[in-house]
Design a protein around this ligand. Sequence first.
Ligand code: PLP
Length: 498
Amino acid sequence: MLRTLSRPIRHHSHFLARAMATANTPAFNKPLYAPLAEIDPEVQNIIDKETWRQFSGLELIASENLTSRATMEANGSILTNKYSEGLPAARYYGGNEYVDELEVLCQKRALQAFRLESSEWGVNVQPYSGSTANFAALTALLQPQDRLMGLGLPDGGHLTHGYYTAKKKMTASSIYFQSLPYGLEPATQLINYEALRSQAKIYKPRLIICGASAYPRDWDYKTLRAIADENGAYLMADIAHISGLVAAGEQANPFEYCDVVTTTTHKTLRGPRAGLIFFKRTGDNAKDLEKRINDAVFPACQGGPHNNTIAGIATALLQACQPTWKAYAQQVIANARTLGSELVSRGYKLQTSGTDNHLVLWDLRPLGLTGSKLEKLCDLVGITINKNAVSGDASAQVPGGIRLGTSALTSRDMLEADMKVVADFLHRAVQLALVLQKEAGSKLLKEFVRVATIQEEGKQGAKQVLELRKEVREFARRWPLPGVDVSTLTMPEGFLDE
Ligand code: PLP
């Protein structure tokens, strides 16, 4: 078997390194001491393949990033063993003296990373993910069937902001609450605050949610606060995508105006997969907020916190508190701007013509190409992107665009000049997709994939896919991969597309 050293380099755990069964260890406990590669080569091989994929490809998914070695060490630590339902100094289990210390440290760093005073803001660091953070926040702020307003999913909002279709209430946020989406102004593709104001006047929501999964511009929190106040509503910002940029002071500050701020920790913030809920401690809306948020996280929505993840969040937040964090965030934005302008200079159309943050929304409709086809082709050549609705799409099921983000490539040390190379790969992928679409002789994705992957007499597309893939792979493998000693990597057995 070909072995790779794809696991993060581990020097941290003297207890793991020296972990050995004794002569008296019963057979049923011997597996507790064996390394993963030995005890479970199947899982090890899957990790190796994923490591090789991340090393060999260009990661442009806007909601992803590459977390640090330290965060992976914390996330893979012995803290996974511990139950700690409750809050620091108020647990339902014993043995939490160090877990308490950890959670308090994580809370302190979360406030510090966003320049918040503990007299004015508190934070719950226990949510397992962004979706559970949002549902806990809704549970705290609303009664069942209360009304909320969030940016509509086809306009860039998130599922958890009240999304429903004509046929189905899609998420707990529309099943247990009533919701009305607000949207973009078609001409500018910016949030239409005046339309939101008029809608809110009639709908009288109890909560307005701002924040998005696919919106390349900044938010006007002051206006949102005014609209919320006109209707006696709470204002909550879900800054999942941009929290790393907010921490760096590179986006408008939602804490100036919102009652509650939620975020994921694994996107621009570059931590492990989890969520945070910040709640205001001062002002009229803050009454009981702390208790309601904390009770909503546990016991209403979750059980025991994942302490290994909280250690990973703390470590990631420490990095976000360093002066170097601002430079990272600025580079992410500069890279996104360059990627966007390089695409525009090749004749492509972007939603709002550019970006102020880490992502660009690429409108493929003028090309007669769907987001699904470009996503599929990019997967085949080692560029990871995702199809995305663009403003005006008739159906979110057949998105007319692509969302691209630069957080992960920036974490691999790429700068503006490298974005030009990436834009060129994307340009070639589009040109190739148009050739393949023609060769497929049909609009069906299945046919598109067939001509992209099977070489046929008289057709050029599949061969060009292999050529482009080779170049993308060579380029991608020039860069480091956080937490991994890439000099020791070799292609693992079973890796699919070489
Ligand atoms: N909120 C926003 C704005 C998001 O974009 C996402 C995920 O993409 C979430 C919440 C959900 O986060 P998670 O996938 O961690 O549940």
